[in-house]
Design a protein around this ligand. Structure first.
Ligand code: NAD
Length: 368
């Protein structure tokens, strides 16, 4: 396959090479119909350039759908830096990366993803304004897990309404996989609502923190180990840890009526959406449920405002109910319905948005 065939779905792919800092990065811009491309920058010791290219092409396409679903004025993009995050990071490397981002003149905005931290992008910010998600002291909006967790709560309410006719969170039982930044906040809220919880995490300290919280509220939490989380007798499964967990084995074990969580790429393959549907399990597409963080970084263009972000995140509730309705009426799976919804939205806006007119820059500028 020649390079143009490989990138045939993408608008632009930029290979960035800086011999002084050792930077080797790829920026992929998938689609700018809805606005300039937005997507995080991953750093990983990829085994080959082909592997890095494949990753950045896949992830940037995913961002196009995520932005369209969240109705933010951005398109899909992503960047990958080829290198070991534990050994190869230097401030100069991220400054060099920032210069390449700046050379795109507002067509691509980026920030932290796997293997990179908001601190890394403080260096990049010295070279370009097209950086999102740094800490508040640098003019960014900081940790995005609060709106992401809130989006999961709205997703749960919409799903409860679709399955049981009431959005109430209490009186139901939930199985949470992963009590990190997002999962812990979701668990706290559900405990406060009087829900019955099954939880698991590979780190005991986060489980202990949740048990302390439950103790204070006078409620109990059921702690389970590893894969036991798939087979507990809960109403809803909430994956908040890793991707690919909805596969042949786990779906066979699931007793829940719905899956609603923040983890990215929950379905191992698209066919698992159909397997869930055939088993009578309502699946809330992950990229709709977990859009709170994206909504927060996209909102930075208008200067950070937490209250506004939380309000915008509320739209996840209605988006999800619309997708459920469309899936039911069309016979599609919920993921297929969500993908079609995003493609229709982009078609409807095609020719209306120009990626140049949308290349707004943040109002603040920390550069000297
Ligand atoms: P995190 O790293 O803070 O938390 C993940 C938690 O999962 C950790 O406590 C970890 O110990 C646990 N974990 C890892 N593997 C596990 C396993 N096999 N079984 C049980 N627990 C396991 O991450 P986070 O920010 O809370 O994000 C959670 C998920 O949501 C991730 O998939 C992330 O990509 C996705 N997401 C997060 C955001 C955000 O704003 N933070 C936005 C969109 C999507």
């Amino acid at each position: 396959m020649n390079m143009f065939e490989k990138i045939s779905e993408h608008q632009q792919v930029v290979f960035c090479n800086d011999e002084h800092t050792g930077l080797k990065a790829i920026i992929a811009i998938h689609n700018t119909t809805l606005g300039p491309a937005l997507g995080g920058c991953r750093m990983q010791p990829y085994k080959s350039v082909d592997e890095a290219l494949e990753d950045v092409l896949r992830l940037s396409k995913g961002m196009t759908y995520k932005c369209a679903a969240a109705d933010v004025d951005f398109g899909g993009g992503k960047a990958v830096i080829i290198g070991d995050p534990l050994k190869d990071k230097t401030p100069e490397l991220f400054r060099a990366f920032g210069q390449f981002v700046d050379s795109l003149n507002g067509r691509f905005y980026t920030g932290t993803d796997m293997g990179t931290t908001p601190e890394d992008f403080v260096h990049a910010l010295k070279e370009t304004n097209c950086i999102v998600g740094v800490e508040e002291v640098y003019g960014g909006s900081g940790d995005s897990s609060a709106p992401t967790a809130l989006g999961v709560i709205y997703g749960l309410q919409a799903t409860n309404k679709a399955v049981w006719g009431s959005e109430d969170l209490h009186g139901k039982s939930y199985a949470i996989q992963g009590l990190g930044k997002v999962g812990f906040k979701v668990a706290e809220r559900l405990l406060e609502e009087g829900a019955n919880l099954y939880v698991t995490d590979i780190h005991q300290h986060v489980i202990d923190d949740l048990l302390t919280k439950a103790n204070k509220l006078g409620v109990t939490v059921n702690v389970v180990k590893g894969n036991e989380i798939y087979s507990v007798d809960a109403d809803v499964f909430i994956p908040c840890a890793i991707g690919g967990i909805l596969n042949d084995d786990s779906i066979r074990d699931l007793k829940v009526k719905a899956v609603v969580g923040s983890a990215n790429n929950q379905l191992l393959e698209l066919k698992h959406g159909k397997i869930l549907q055939d088993k009578g399990i309502l699946y809330a597409p992950d990229y709709i449920v977990n859009a709170g963080g994206l909504i927060q970084v996209a909102d930075e263009l208008y200067e950070p405002n937490k209250e506004r972000v939380l309000r915008k995140t509320k739209a996840i509730y209605n988006s999800l109910l619309d997708i459920y309705k469309q899936a039911e009426e069309s016979g599609l799976t919920t993921v297929e319905a969500a993908n079609r919804f995003c493609e229709d939205r982009m078609m409807a806006r095609k020719n209306r948005n120009s990626f140049f007119s949308h290349a707004k820059r943040p109002k603040w500028d920390v550069r000297n």
